[in-house]
Design a protein around this ligand. Structure first.
Ligand code: FAD
Length: 434
C-alpha cells in the first residue's frame, strides 16, 4: 500500500503544524521522516553541541508518540538527496510533505529533492509553517519586498487575521500515521552521529501571561529574566510561531512586534540571498575591515576589558544564549570598536547560539554593523558603559559573568573608546567616498 512521507526538518512537533496537517489530510497514511544531514553535522566543531543533543532528544519523543499510534519515526543519516533516492527504492512513496524552508541552502536542497521526486511523478508539497507570512505575502504596493522594518511590521500586523493564527490541530489525525508494526525502526544513538550529550540546558517553552504582560517593560533589562527564551524552540519548531503569536496578541504588542522581526529577516534572506555573504548595502563591502586575530580572540573569550561585552560573550559560551541588548552591544563592539568584519562575528554566534537562525543572525549582525537593510546608522556606536548603566544599573548581570571585575585579574580595555570611534568613522567616511 502506498504511503506519504512527512519530512521533519525545523518543525519538530506533533501539534499546531500546517505541513503535517496537510499530509495527514491527504490520501495516504503518513510515515514521518527525519534525516541527520551529514554535511551539516560535519560543519559543527563541538562534539557536545547542545543543539544536536536537543534535536536527538526531541526526535526520541516524537518517535515515542508515533509508536503509541502504531507508527514510528524513520531516521536516516546521510546526504538528504541520496537518502531520498534510497527511500524511493524501499517504500512505495506516493507523496511527500515538508514545512517550507526559506534559507538559500535549504532551497537548493529542496529543489534537488523535488526534482528527484518529480522524475517518479511524486509531488513534493512544501507548506508554509515556520513563519506567519512568507515570500511575497507582505510586500510594498509596487510588489517589491519591504527592506525597512517599520512599514513591513505595520503592513504585516494589519494583514494578520484569525485564520493566519489558527491552530492546525494534529491530535486525533495521528491515527493516520503509517503503521510500522511491533518492531521499532532503528534509531541512531547520539554517539553514532559523533556527538555527546550537551552540557547546556535548553529552557522550557515560557509563554505565561504575566511574563508576556510585563515583557515590554522588562525585555531590555539584562539583570532580570524578562524575555521568553523562545528562540531555540522557534528555531527547531518545538513551538509553532502561531502559538507564540496567539499568546502575544492579547498580552503584549511589543512581543508581537519582536516576532515580526523574525518574519522580516526571513523574507529579507529569501528575497536577497546574497546577504548571507555580502553586506546588504554595498558600501559595507568597501569598508576596510581589519584583520585582528588577537582582538577577535579577546572578544570571543570575553577579555576585551569592556565588562558588558565580556559578560555577554561569557554568557554565550556557557549557556548558548545572550540577552538581545547585549548581543547588540557585543556586535557593535566587534564591528565598530574593533572594526572587524560582521561575518566573523556572525560565524562565532552561529557556532554558539542555541537559537542560531541564519536569517535572524545575519539580519541582526548587519543591523549592528551598519551594513544591513534597516541598519543602525554606521555612526551610531554603542557605548558599552552607558548601556550597562542604563540596562544593568546595579551591575548584577555583569558581575554574574565577570566575577573578577575590579581585581587585577580583569584585563585593561583592548581599545580606547574615543580612538576606536574615530577609527571606525574614518573607515566608513572613506568607504562612502569610493
Ligand atoms: C547580533 C545579533 C544576533 C542575533 N542572532 C539571532 C539568531 O541567530 N537567532 C534568533 O532567533 N535571534 C537572533 N537575534 C535576535 C534576538 O537577540 C533573539 O531572538 C533573542 O535574544 C532570543 O531570546 P528570547 O527568545 O528570550 O527573545 P524574546 O525577547 O523573548 O523574543 C521572542 C522571540 O522573538 C524573536 N525575536 C526577538 N527579537 C528579534 C530580533 N531582533 N530579530 C529576529 N527575531 C527576534 C525571536 O524569535 C525570539 O525568540 C540576534 C540579535 C543580535 C543583535
Amino acid at each position: 500500500m502506498s504511503l506519504a512521507i512527512h519530512w521533519f526538518r525545523r518543525d519538530l512537533r506533533f501539534e499546531d503544524h500546517r505541513a503535517l496537517q496537510a499530509a495527514l489530510a491527504g490520501d495516504h497514511p503518513v510515515l514521518p521522516l527525519f534525516i541527520f544531514d551529514t554535511g551539516l553535522l560535519a560543519a559543527l566543531k563541538n562534539p557536545h553541541d547542545a543543539r544536536v543533543a536537543f534535536i536527538h532528544r526531541t526526535l526520541a519523543s516524537l518517535k515515542e508518540t508515533a509508536r503509541t499510534h502504531g507508527s514510528d519515526l524513520l531516521v536516516r543519516v546521510g546526504d538528504p538527496v541520496e537518502v531520498w533516492a534510497a527511500l524511493l527504492g524501499e517504500f512505495p512513496v506516493a507523496a511527500a510533505y515538508a514545512a517550507e524552508d526559506y534559507e538559500p541552502a535549504a532551497r537548493r536542497r529542496d529543489g534537488a529533492v523535488a526534482r528527484l521526486l518529480a522524475e517518479k511523478g511524486i509531488p513534493f508539497n512544501l507548506v508554509k509553517d515556520q513563519v506567519l507570512f512568507a515570500k511575497d505575502e507582505v510586500v510594498k504596493g509596487d510588489g517589491k519586498p519591504y527592506t525597512i522594518y517599520t512599514p513591513y511590521s505595520r503592513s504585516h500586523l494589519a494583514r494578520l487575521t484569525e485564520s493566519d493564527l489558527a491552530e492546525a490541530p494534529i491530535g486525533r489525525s495521528l491515527r493516520r500515521l503509517h503503521k510500522t508494526g511491533n518492531k521499532p525502526l532503528p534509531f541512531p544513538a547520539l554517539a553514532d552521529l559523533g556527538f555527546k550529550d550537551g552540557t547546556i540546558a535548553i529552557p522550557p517553552i515560557r509563554l505565561e501571561g504575566p511574563r508576556l504582560a510585563a515583557y515590554g517593560e522588562r525585555r531590555d533589562r539584562m539583570d532580570v529574566d524578562g524575555t521568553t527564551r523562545l528562540g531555540v524552540h522557534l528555531r527547531f519548531g518545538t513551538v509553532s510561531i502561531r502559538r507564540a503569536m496567539r499568546a502575544a496578541m492579547p498580552k503584549s504588542d511589543v512581543f508581537a512586534k519582536e516576532l515580526v522581526w523574525r518574519d522580516f529577516f526571513s523574507q529579507i534572506l529569501y528575497h536577497f540571498p546574497r546577504v548571507e555573504a555580502h553586506s546588504f548595502h554595498e558600501v559595507g563591502d568597501r569598508v576596510a575591515w581589519r584583520r585582528d586575530p588577537g582582538g577577535f580572540r579577546a572578544w570571543c573569550e570575553g577579555r576585551t576589558g569592556y565588562p558588558l561585552v565580556d559578560a555577554g560573550m561569557r554568557e554565550l559560551a556557557e549557556t548558548g544564549h545572550m540577552h538581545n541588548r547585549v548581543r547588540m552591544v557585543a556586535a557593535s563592539f566587534l564591528t565598530k570598536h574593533l572594526l572587524i568584519h560582521w561575518k566573523e562575528g556572525q560565524a562565532w554566534f552561529a557556532r554558539h547560539l542555541l537559537d542560531f537562525d541564519l536569517a535572524s543572525n545575519n539580519g541582526n549582525w548587519q543591523w549592528a554593523a551598519g551594513t544591513g537593510c534597516d541598519a543602525a546608522p554606521y555612526f551610531r556606536i554603542f557605548n558599552p558603559a552607558a548601556q550597562a548603566k542604563r540596562f544593568d544599573p546595579e551591575g548584577i548581570y555583569v558581575r554574574r559573568w565577570v566575577a573578577e571585575l575590579g581585581t587585577s585579574a580583569y584585563p585593561q580595555p583592548i581599545v580606547e573608546h574615543e580612538a576606536a570611534r574615530n577609527r571606525v568613522l574614518a573607515a566608513w567616511g572613506k568607504a562612502r567616498e569610493t
